[in-house]
Design a protein around this ligand. Structure first.
Ligand code: ATP
Length: 472
């Protein structure tokens, strides 16, 4: 298992991810995607969009980030979207109380103190109010990781929504929130989409978009950030059929990650012991990051909570009326909710490998290779002239320009060919095309495949189809 620092360092060195506003010292919990990161991000989103909306029963939307403030009263976010927060008076550091306890449990397990860890876990799972967190922290003498002190404040709720104002006057009537999830944009458009899309349950609405949460602690790179993107789908079904659809969507979403090369041994299910106020069944797909397993996607059975609540708050009917069977009901909802940037981080960790290979001088060297699924790889093809003379660069550049019409491609002339291969391996480029002396004589090139490192020779007019077949 590689360290998270190794992935962060590669991500920065090769232009996947930069710290936000780095020249000013960075902004905590925000990251910028560089030239390769944005390609990877787009490829993930495209794969999701195609899997979720290129079918009969799911429509896409793109709702605005700012929504009517009543939305968040109806969804429960104004009252309930908060995390338990505790401060340490010595270090003035702020923590999420549940995370502080979870980290303590993790530490105990590493020291093989499983009995104590189990005991605390049981208490954590049955927490009812903030004072229960405080009791666990003090009873088990959990110390502040920064100062080592136990000088804790009481535990208070902290609402995670970012508040701002619409228009020029900053008063209570102009308060709006940056949406903390994209789901509500789907619920408020349920009727619009059902009617214009000529859909009826079971059908779904999918959306990819930014969400904002003023997380108490941000950490682990892209795992917990304050601005992030979600890929969410809400599937509206007849009440009573939600169990079957829940199972269906669990399988679909698990298989989506596998189809993009996620290693099954690095994934696991986690059942929710404590259900959110809107849910009657909930599971997470977890991925094994270098710091341990963490959620990458949630599949939730949300009952009719959201639509019912919006009906009540807006006064607008949120029913489906089945005129054929003389039936009317508020649909139940199965939600699939994944983070794009958290998913990207999982794909980065999943792809990273180091291996020993022989170098050009007969010794051995470490090859860092990102084994991205070929569809996800930020660069699909790289083109090199073997040497930078004798007509090779001209031909190579022409091939590069042709490939660029269909695939994200790079052209590289600098350094020995072995070094150029390594540079592409490190960003996960599946195909390297090399123009050599023979190319000028018979119109063929070599194509080297990233994973096997095998080279084949094919004619120039077949390159495009060869690569296309390889990434499908
Ligand atoms: P957590 O328990 O980790 O806070 P959550 O259960 O609140 O997450 P959901 O509300 O179900 O998460 O959000 C769905 C998905 O959105 C998560 O699976 C994750 O991939 C992503 N996500 C949620 N919060 C963040 C965040 N702060 N930074 C990055 N991605 C996030």
């Amino acid at each position: 298992m590689y360290k998270l620092e190794t992935i962060i360092s590669l991500a920065k060195r090769r232009g996947f991810v930069f710290q936000s506003s780095e020249i000013y010292g960075g902004l905590n919990g925000c990251w910028d995607f560089g030239p390769l990161g944005v390609e990877l991000l787009l490829n993930i989103k495209e794969a999701w969009w195609k899997a979720m909306t290129y079918r009969d029963d799911i429509e896409g939307i793109d709702a605005s980030i700012l929504m009517h403030p009543r939305t968040w009263d109806a969804s429960g976010h104004t009252k309930q979207f908060s995390d338990p927060m505790i401060d340490n008076k010595t270090s003035k550091s702020r923590h999420r109380a549940d995370n502080l306890i979870e980290e303590h449990i993790e530490k105990l397990r590493k020291k093989n103190k499983n009995d104590e860890a189990d005991k605390i876990q049981i208490k954590l799972d049955s927490v009812k109010e903030n004072s229960d967190y405080y009791d666990i922290i003090t009873e088990h003498e959990i110390k502040d990781p920064i100062s080592g002190s136990m000088d804790w404040t009481e535990v208070r709720n902290f609402n995670l929504m970012f508040k701002t104002f619409v228009g020029p006057i900053e008063d209570s009537s102009s308060i709006v929130y940056l949406r903390p999830e994209s789901a509500q944009g789907i619920f408020v458009n349920f009727k619009n989409v059902m009617e214009t899309g000529r859909q009826k349950p079971p059908f779904g609405i999918a959306q990819i978009g930014k969400a904002f949460r003023n997380e108490i602690n941000t950490k682990n790179f892209l795992f917990r950030t304050r601005e992030f993107e979600q890929m969410e789908m809400q599937y509206f079904v007849k009440p009573g059929s939600e169990k079957d659809w829940f199972e269906y969507w669990k399988e679909q979403r698990w298989n989506w990650y596998l189809s993009l090369g996620m290693k099954p041994e690095k994934m696991k299910w986690k059942n929710h012991e404590k259900l959110a106020h809107y849910a009657n069944m909930a599971v997470d797909i977890e991925f094994e990051f270098p710091f341990g397993f963490g959620e990458i996607e949630g599949i939730h059975s949300r009952t009719d909570f959201d639509l019912k609540s919006h009906q009540e708050f807006s006064g607008k009917k949120m029913e489906y009326v089945d005129t054929v069977n003389q039936d009317r009901y508020i649909p139940y909802v199965i939600e699939t909710s994944g983070g794009v940037s958290r998913g990207l981080m999982a794909f980065l960790c999943n792809a990273y490998e180091e291996e020993q290979v022989s170098d050009e001088k007969g010794g051995s060297e470490t090859r860092v290779v990102m084994r991205f699924n070929k569809k996800l790889a930020p660069v699909t093809a790289a083109v090199f002239p073997l040497v930078n003379k004798d007509g090779m660069p001209e031909l190579a550049h022409k091939i590069y320009k042709d490939l660029q019409k269909n695939f994200k491609s790079q052209y590289d002339v600098s350094g020995a060919i072995g070094r150029r291969y390594r540079r592409q391996d490190e960003i996960g480029t599946p195909y390297c095309v090399t123009v050599d002396g023979t190319s000028l004589e018979d119109g063929t090139v070599t194509i080297r495949e990233r994973d096997s490192m095998q080279q084949i020779r094919i004619s120039i007019d077949k390159i495009k189809n060869y690569i296309q077949d390889g990434i499908e």
